[in-house]
Design a protein around this ligand. Sequence first.
Ligand code: PGA
Length: 252
Amino acid sequence: MRKKIVAGNWKMNCTLPEAESLVEEILGFRLDLSPEKEVVLAVPFTYLTQVQKSIQNVPRFHLGAQNCHHEKFGAFTGEISATMLTSVGTEYVIIGHSERRQYFQESNSLLGSKVNMAIQSGLQPIFCVGESLQIRQMEQQMDWVERQLRESLFCLEEDHIRQVVIAYEPVWAIGTGLTASNSQAQTMHRHIRNLIEIQYGKRLSENISILYGGSCKPSNAPELFACEDVDGGLIGGASLIGADFASIINSL
Ligand code: PGA
């Protein structure tokens, strides 16, 4: 049985007091947390320790980061390693978000090294793929996403790819209010699962969680989550509003 996951990607938002009250607010709602569900809070590095303290005794809540370096340690001023993340209780790390690809020039091959390092260090990567509007208009989204998967993930051994969660985030839907339709999301999620099946076999492909991200909110989450191959969501803007995030968790 694959896991169902709602992950909040806070991006570069919140001060420490705001982070603390957001977590408190989310935990104050009545949350439907059945055993197959997981909630991940992917918070800025500076709040990992604090948020860890707030959620450590809350079942099904897990700590996430938004990036890590691809080397183990060393002279990389300003960077954070995967081992540093696990040492403060982090379990998940977002890798390959389109904002990292776009603003920090992170390539498929660099992202493959990050995924590798994350897994070796005991983190579960949430690996993001997705096409720009231009690519979709040229109807090349299937090939685009296939290339992202091949160049970053498909060199992993079976035991390692098992640790990966994939997030399909069409770039044109991130922070724009535009959402992929249910059928656009389902078609891409099916495509991703098929590619994993061809590479690693059916059993493994059925066990990988594939999340949808891109303007996911309380009004569209139930329909998106009802799609056969959508196993949850990676939530940006709506994860910063306690009531909205709680409602999205409850619609999974
Ligand atoms: P959004 O962001 O929900 O604000 O569109 C999603 C993401 O960037 O992960």
